[in-house]
Design a protein around this ligand. Structure first.
Ligand code: MG
Length: 267
């Protein structure tokens, strides 16, 4: 059953989403050649706890870390480790926060240093797929409209869609109904209503769609070793259209960048 959220609940989900987005952007700022994914995990966890929230992933079905850090051919659920990020890597970070009882969930894939163009394009198209999927998050559309938006664009651009992992409803729990596959047919599945909140998360592979799980029981990799990109936002469906709860708008300090205002002298 898809659980619709009240205005009051949506207010709390906004706060959780904002924090998750801030943590994601903080991780983007940290990610560079020479840093370990464990260091990024430590910083993210500190930021979450300092904000009075809990890292949702930690302890979830026994997952041992605050974030997932998935490098190159790792698709999702990678363990942060002592691996030193290298120039040319791509790093997917995924983070969930629980604030005042509600969850925000977001992910992005970050190029480390100078990344080869084919890999950058994979990330770029994944972001486009996410944007197209979010556009479908409106009352009256169907769940299949979200799924097919991702699939159509990804496949038209020559990428494969991971089918083993999907997006999800989100609220008090990280994973609520419905499951949101990144493939499907328009006009199928449940009709979308204002108050639904979804974690939409395209996962695109450069090579085959097929994945396998490593011996740690968590880390998912592509079977052909080709890279994978993963991007995710928590999105509320409102009467006015999609509201991206994990979007963080960078505040630009315009005043310090602009020349002093020239005030024309009064004559
Ligand atoms: Mg998710």
């Amino acid at each position: 059953m898809i659980i619709g959220k009240s205005k009051k609940e949506l207010e709390k989900m906004r706060a959780a989403g904002r924090l998750a987005g801030q943590v994601r952007e903080h991780m983007r700022g940290l990610a560079r050649p020479g840093i370990t994914t464990l260091e990024i995990n430590r910083e993210a966890e500190k930021l979450i706890r300092d904000a009075g929230a809990l890292p949702t992933f930690k302890g979830y079905h026994g997952f041992p870390y605050a974030i997932c850090a998935s490098v190159n051919e790792q698709v999702v659920h990678g363990f942060p480790s002592n691996y030193l990020l290298r120039d040319g890597d791509i790093l997917s970070v995924d983070v969930g926060v629980t604030l005042s009882g509600y969850v925000g969930d977001t992910a992005t894939t970050i190029p480390i240093g100078s990344v080869r163009p084919e890999w950058l394009r994979l990330i770029h198209v994944s972001e486009e797929c996410l944007a197209l999927a979010i556009e479908e998050c409106r009352p009256g559309r169907y769940l299949g409209d979200i799924s097919s938006a991702v699939q159509f664009h990804a496949e038209a651009q020559g990428y494969s869609i991971v089918r083993d992992y999907v997006g999800h409803g989100i609220g008090r729990k990280m994973h609520e109904d419905p499951q949101i596959p990144n493939y499907g047919k328009p006009g199928t599945g449940p009709r979308l209503k204002a108050g639904y909140v979804f974690a939409v998360e395209p996962m695109l592979n450069l090579g085959t769609q097929h994945t396998k799980t490593l011996a740690d029981g968590w880390t998912v990799v592509t079977v052909d070793g080709q890279p994978s990109a993963h991007v995710e936002h928590t999105v509320a469906i409102t009467e006015a259209g999609p509201e991206v709860l994990t979007k963080v708008v960078e505040v630009v300090d315009f005043e310090s960048q602009l020349p002093p205002l020239e005030v024309a002298a009064r004559t």
